[in-house]
Design a protein around this ligand. Structure first.
Ligand code: AHR
Length: 325
């Protein structure tokens, strides 16, 4: 009993040290209502940083002790974090899997230890039953659909008869990459004007977005009509590259992004981005409610998707509330 409490206390202290600059959100470490171990992917985007902040705030509001670990974009680190959560006997484990494959062994260990696992933001690929309890995250497929529907409307408005698209995708084999790509491709498939020149992996990073855009401009030059970028970070990296070759993003090239962080919305208002599909990072309240219900032995919904919307040059955005991420 004493050992279990000591381990829990140690876990909470570790989480404060491991996620530099962030507070644990713990109420009373000696008597937590629930100890939640959460493995975050990293800090690759404003979205991710906002998601971490929201989970910390929600934990505090719900009186949940949060053991938070930053995996610095490494699946190996996430697996090690989950093993530590099992060793500390947390009540519930949550994690945002960086990629979909490769989780079976560690999740089997969690299952054998009797610890329920919640997927946050992204899904996994597995053939095994019952490794996770539920997924709380965006409908990424629908985000791809919304991006493509916007493009079809825009092409109609501009009277375009041929549309060359380049796609800068998120991390290879991650759920948002796979599903955004599929939703977009399926939606433009019936429109003969649409042609994807190339899809290239930008890993959700600003620096990669810039590199990819440089390569795409060198390869296709001013044949590019549209950039479909899987997140704001990569979009913000790509824009200066387009401007460096004397083209105007937003008018010479249609720019479509996903996330809806403040910086991208500001650039949309300037006219340098045409459309941003929202992906909300605010998943913390759902996570805490679900974790508490699991601890109480209740069954929970298998998939929880937040409501999401689209921002574009079709709308008046002058009264938009600050985005918060
Ligand atoms: O999984 C959500 C995606 O991950 C967001 O679109 C992106 O910005 C983040 O890094």
């Amino acid at each position: 009993m004493f050992r279990t409490k000591a381990l829990r206390l140690l876990g909470i202290i570790m989480s404060v040290l491991l996620f530099a600059g962030c507070s644990s959100g713990a109420e009373d470490p000696a008597e937590p209502t629930l100890l939640l171990g959460f493995s975050q992917i990293g800090t690759e985007s404003a979205w991710r940083i906002g998601n971490t902040r929201d989970i910390q705030n929600s934990a505090q509001n719900f009186g949940v002790s949060l053991m938070l670990e930053n995996a610095n974009q490494s699946q190996e680190n996430q697996i090690a974090a989950i093993r530590r959560f099992i060793a500390y006997k947390v009540d519930v484990i949550a994690f945002s899997p960086i990629v979909e494959d490769g989780w079976d062994n560690v999740l089997m260990e969690a299952k054998e230890a009797g610890i329920p696992v919640i997927l946050v933001d992204r899904d996994i690929e597995t053939t095994k039953e019952g490794l996770t309890t539920c997924l709380i995250g965006a409908d990424f497929y629908n985000e791809g659909v919304m991006a493509a529907e916007y493009l079809i409307r825009k092409a109609d408005d501009l009277g375009l008869d041929h549309v060359n698209i380049v796609e800068i995708t998120g991390t290879e084999n991650s759920t948002p990459m796979r599903q955004r790509q599929a939703g977009f491709a399926d939606t433009i498939a019936g429109d003969e004007r649409m042609c994807i020149l190339e899809s290239i992996d930008g890993d959700f990073l600003k620096s990669r977005g810039a590199e990819c855009m440089r390569y795409l401009l060198e390869t296709y030059g001013d044949d590019i009509d549209v950039v479909f970028s899987h997140n704001d970070e990569m979009t913000l990296g790509a824009l200066p590259e387009i401007e460096n070759v004397g083209l105007n993003p937003g008018s010479d090239i249609i720019i479509i992004s996903i996330d809806g962080g403040q910086e991208a919305i500001d650039v949309l208002k300037e006219g340098r981005i045409n459309c941003v599909v929202e992906c909300t990072p605010n998943l913390g309240n759902e996570l805490m409610e679900t974790a508490l219900r699991l601890k109480a032995g209740e069954t929970v919904e298998e998939v929880i998707h937040p409501q999401e919307r689209i921002f574009s040059d079709e709308q008046d955005l002058s009264n938009l509330e600050p985005r918060g991420y």
